[in-house]
Design a binder for this molecule. Structure first.
Ligand code: GLA
Length: 389
């Protein structure tokens, strides 16, 4: 039985009605990390893992939700929606319902059943996937349609204001505009995007450290505040600066004496990363894969040393991957503090890379560390590291 048939059957058993089903994908990001909320450039690609939401109308104004992945039921009264979530997985769908209503889209009540296929806390954007799939389901359930970009913005708002994670637009955007076999080059200031075909000779391989990044939202928000602090300081001398998008690497060096050390390094990451995305897009367009690989390596170093969002396990996976024949580039992907690496791999070497001694060694090294130091970072891991895509 297919996943959709299964979900339909379960829904019928739970609610006794026939559902309509909407799905949205997770993503990886090739390059351009922590640049979206600085109005910079990103290059995400939608992946095969997705989250599906089955829905049917209710007579009242309640949203009732259940999930295949977690037990229990949650309910939201659309006429008494709270301002914020309560640190529960239903915050994502309820945040979306609440922000859709706030934007003037009057919703009908709905029974919902979620089937999540994007690993949670793996940096593959399971949150945007559930947000976008829920938004599509709730709108259809209410006979409403809205512009896809508006939908992405509303989902981001749900995450920023209802859930409390001050994320940028990248994840929701790619969940709405992802295209098969393409990455998308997105300018997060103009919100203009260009599809970039993934050259036929390469594939994207995602490796999961299985370190969950769920406790990292405090650190994430802190990075964002540090960038804002950088803008405040730099704009005293450069009045045209309203975000780090307006700042060049030269500016950062010139005004380095004004910037606290940490803020200086955060700014340096963002401005050099923006430049790397632009160069990577050119390189991808001209199938200059070696340059893409080098830019990915620089991006990882910058995230590790300047932005400090990597972790030991991610560094190790990248380091080992770089030694494998057929791997053109490797870096952490997503918000960081755990989660996955993205690897640009020669197509005909993908199977060999998955089974390569180096990759397997990196995974067994991670496993050994789990045994050795159970109380430290590695004990955060939920199970063995994996190649997931
Ligand atoms: C998370 C956020 C995105 C983006 C990345 C880092 O995935 O949701 O908006 O900031 O981190 O690039």
């Amino acid at each position: 039985m297919s996943r959709i048939e299964n979900l339909t059957k379960e829904f019928r058993e739970l609610y006794g009605t026939e559902p309509r089903i909407f799905c949205a994908p997770g993503r990886v990001n090739l390059i351009g990390e922590h640049t979206d909320y600085n109005e910079g450039f990103v290059m995400p690609a939608a992946i095969d893992f997705s989250t599906c939401v089955a829905a049917s109308p209710r007579a009242d104004r309640s949203i009732v939700i259940q999930s295949d992945n977690v037990s229990g039921k949650a309910e939201l009264d659309l006429d008494q929606s709270p301002e914020n979530g309560r640190r529960h997985w239903s915050d994502y769908p309820f945040g979306v319902a609440s922000k859709l209503e706030e934007a003037g889209h009057r919703l009908r009540g709905a029974n919902l059943l979620v089937n999540g296929g994007v690993p949670i806390g793996a940096g593959l954007s399971s949150s945007a996937a559930i947000e976008v799939a829920t938004a599509l389901a709730l709108l259809d359930n209410s006979d409403l349609t809205i512009d896809r970009l508006e939908l992405a913005k509303i989902c981001q708002q749900a995450e920023n204001e209802f859930v409390g994670a001050r994320s940028g637009i990248m994840d929701q955007f790619i969940a709405c505009f992802g295209k098969a076999d393409h990455a998308v080059m997105l300018d997060c200031r103009a919100l203009e995007s260009n599809p970039l075909p993934i050259p036929s000779g390469v594939k994207l391989l995602v490796c999961n450290t299985m370190v969950k990044h769920e406790l990292a939202s405090g650190e994430y928000n802190r990075r964002r505040e540090e960038c804002e602090a950088g803008v405040r300081i730099l704009s005293q001398n450069l009045p045209h600066v309203t975000s780090l998008r307006d700042v060049t690497a030269k500016d950062v060096e010139r005004f380095r004496p004004d910037l606290p050390e940490v803020i200086y390094r955060r700014c340096r990451h963002v401005v050099t990363e923006n430049d790397r995305v632009l160069r990577a897009a050119d390189a991808l367009r001209s199938s200059d894969l070696q340059t893409c690989g080098q830019l990915m390596a620089e991006s990882h170093r910058s995230l590790r040393d300047d932005y400090e969002v990597s972790c030991e396990e991610l560094d190790l996976m990248v380091e080992f991957a770089n030694e494998v024949r057929g791997v053109i580039g490797a870096r952490m992907t997503g918000g960081g503090f755990g989660g996955c690496t993205i690897n640009l791999v020669e197509s005909d070497r993908v199977e060999a890379v998955k089974l390569s001694e180096k990759i397997l060694k990196s995974m067994s090294a991670l496993r050994r560390r789990t045994r050795r130091k159970c109380n430290e970072s590695v004990s955060r891991r939920t199970s063995n590291p994996q190649v997931v895509v």
